[in-house]
Ligand binder design. Structure first.
Ligand code: GRF
Length: 222
């Protein structure tokens, strides 16, 4: 099996995918993106992968039927493709689809997600609107190992940004996104190097550091 072979799952724009592609192109990066899978045909992120010479695949979830059976069938197809590609780690990057507990358990400690809030606050959708509505002053993003629950799981890293007077959901999203693009490659690198790993107790262990939660200002992320 290839060493540190990564798949990225997307549904849309793919700006986080782009940051991961750029980071992994560096010869010193401890892994390579082998496959990009979208559950939506025509997702713009697929073009980013193609331009970088990365294999792409569309698994249109709407063709797998409805309900729990459809969800299980989709995840089985996903698992099949990932196994055939000999992928070892999976990054969710704007992948707008719930994964089954079976799939998540199979990838325990090797399945990462990025979310545009300081989890566990503001899980789910319409995050930026809700943050502004509630008047929070510090926003940010989180990379975490994936649990079966939505936007849940042991935190690998976080980055904080201010919410400024006059912010709209769009301006706040842009500010957070800039940090997402730095945080995700940094966290993936830590995981691939074995520096951040999931312990048996379900907590992220960062052996060389004394804290479990990192900010981008920690030199580890530079
Ligand atoms: C990002 O904000 C990410 O945190 C969230 O979905 C968005 C995806 O954006 N999970 P992109 O497709 O990576 O540009």
């Amino acid at each position: 099996m290839a060493q540190n072979s990564v798949a990225v799952l997307i549904s849309g724009r793919g700006s986080n995918l782009k940051s991961l592609v750029e980071a992994t192109q560096a010869p010193s990066f401890p892994g390579k993106i082998k496959l990009v899978i979208s559950n939506r045909p025509g997702a713009p992120g697929l073009e980013i992968a193609k331009k970088a010479g990365i294999e792409t695949l569309t698994l249109d979830h709407t063709t797998y039927g409805n309900g729990e059976e459809g969800r299980a069938a989709f995840d089985e197809a996903l698992q099949d493709r990932l196994t055939k590609a000999e992928v070892e780690f999976v990054c969710l990057a704007g992948f707008m689809r719930l994964l089954t507990a079976t799939f998540v358990r199979t990838w325990r400690g090797k399945l990462l997600n990025i979310h545009p809030s300081l989890l566990p606050a503001f899980k789910g959708l319409n995050v930026h609107e809700r943050m502004i509505e509630q008047g929070i002053k510090i926003a940010g993003c989180t990379v975490h190992f994936v649990n079966p629950e939505v936007d849940d799981g042991p935190i690998i890293g976080q980055a904080a940004v201010p919410v400024l007077p006059g912010d709209t959901p769009e301006t706040l999203a842009d500010r957070i996104l800039q940090e997402e693009h730095r945080l995700y490659p940094a966290c993936l690198k830590l995981v691939l190097e074995g520096k951040a790993r999931l312990s048996a107790g379900g907590v992220v262990k960062l052996p060389e550091l004394e804290c479990d939660v990192l900010s981008l200002h920690n030199p580890t992320f530079e």
